[in-house]
Write a protein that binds this ligand. Structure first.
Ligand code: SAH
Length: 210
């Protein structure tokens, strides 16, 4: 159940659910999602669901990964992207195939280490890793063409907007019990905010865990 055929079936289903960007669909076909999960769960890797990855966290649902990535790319080509919440590294892998450089931040040390191993084994080398609290973005590497978060803060961290280039796009969930997925477009005249969906992500927590 971890074959290319199974993966293609998942991607065909996502295409029917409105994922149209051919580059995103191609990346989803390439990345072996089962390698980002424990063996016991590998047989479920190509179901369109979030699944546990330890430490109380989950690998994002494929539809969520596809929707967020597609929205980020709608603004044109993306060179440098900041990702908050490396988790298993699955979203990181999709991004690494589509942009020049991925800067990924995770607050739980062992998750970052494991993701790094998986991504190196896939020879995805255009990724830099940081163990830190994503509320602060990654100032040393800013500005970014795009920013994506898989963890939900209670409100938009201002650092993230500051670290975004003019013309750049930011997508993230906001809220605790009631969450929305929001897209922000930064222009010379200001920031345009769009609500894209109702969602359920893990919370963006404070500090780091080693
Ligand atoms: N895209 C990942 C999603 C993992 S879940 C995947 O598909 O595997 C979200 C991740 O965000 C978790 O690993 C969690 O530890 C991390 N996270 C939560 N708060 C954070 C913060 N303040 N800074 C960085 N990462 C955070």
């Amino acid at each position: 159940m971890t074959s290319q055929r199974t993966r293609n079936r998942m991607v065909d289903a996502l295409a029917e659910q409105g994922i149209q960007n051919p580059d995103v669909l191609s990346a989803l076909r390439q990345v072996p999602r089962h390698l980002f999960l424990d063996e016991a769960l590998a047989s479920r890797s190509y179901e369109n669901t979030a699944l546990p990855i330890g430490y109380g966290q989950t690998i994002s649902q494929p539809w969520v990964v596809a929707t967020m990535t597609q929205w980020l790319l709608q603004g044109g080509p993306v060179k440098r992207v900041l990702e908050i919440g490396t988790g298993s590294g699955y979203q990181t892998a999709i991004l690494a195939l589509l942009v020049d450089q991925v800067f990924t931040v995770e607050r739980i040390l062992p998750l970052s280490g494991k993701a790094r191993q998986t991504l190196s084994a896939l020879q995805l080398d255009n990724i830099e890793y940081s163990i830190s609290d994503g509320h602060w973005g990654w100032a040393d590497k800013a500005p970014f063409d795009a920013i994506i978060s898989a963890a939900s803060p209670n409100e938009l961290p201002t650092e993230l907007i500051e670290q975004l280039k003019v013309g750049g796009r930011l997508i993230l969930p906001i809220g605790s019990e009631q969450q929305g997925l929001y897209g922000y477009e930064k222009t010379l005249s200001g920031v345009k905010k769009t609500k894209l969906a109702d969602v359920l992500f893990v919370p963006m927590k404070q500090g780091v865990e080693v």
